[in-house]
Design a protein. Structure first.
Length: 160
């Protein structure tokens, strides 16, 4: 990750978009109408590490995904939000729920529906494949790892 020192003293909450961060942003559609997404187990392990260290984690996705349902089932303390079109309101509600200052929050997002959240937090982060408008944001940090290929784990390893 580009030079930014994260510290457990500062980061109290990690919030992430799902598609384009945990996945490669692609949706496989089969002839029978079923769909499929891939997630890297390194990223799932990163959630476990955050939870174990007592750092709150949430997923805010604009889509519905069975993979997010699996994360919620596996990690009961993780907040998951699906089919959310107004991500900033969800983020603000999380900060209020946990009494956390936005400057102590990491937000990972890759597309234009994440811009408000990225601009609102202390640690805005994205991936190399992000929309060009995301890459132009002030103070944005871009991971070395690609979306769906350990980018989330890279962030967790950086803060721990």
């Amino acid at each position: 990750m580009e030079s930014k020192n994260f510290s457990l003293k500062n980061v109290e909450l990690v919030v992430s978009d799902f598609d384009g961060i945990f996945t490669d942003g692609k949706l496989e559609v089969y002839s029978d109408g079923r769909t499929s997404k891939k997630i890297d187990y390194k990223d799932i392990m990163a959630i476990a590490i955050l939870v174990k260290k007592g750092i709150k984690f949430a997923v805010i996705s604009g889509e519905k995904s069975a993979a997010i349902d699996i994360i919620k089932e596996k990690f009961k303390d993780v907040d998951t939000f699906q089919n959310e079109r107004n991500k900033i309101n969800v983020l603000k509600n999380l900060l209020e729920k946990y009494n956390i200052n936005a400057k102590n929050v990491i937000y990972l997002g890759d597309d234009i529906n994440d811009i408000e959240c990225l601009n609102f937090v202390g640690y805005p982060i994205s991936v190399p494949e992000a929309h060009y408008k995301i890459k132009q944001l002030e103070n944005i940090y871009i991971t070395k790892n690609s979306c769906g290929n350990g980018a989330f784990r890279e962030i967790v390893d950086s803060i721990l």
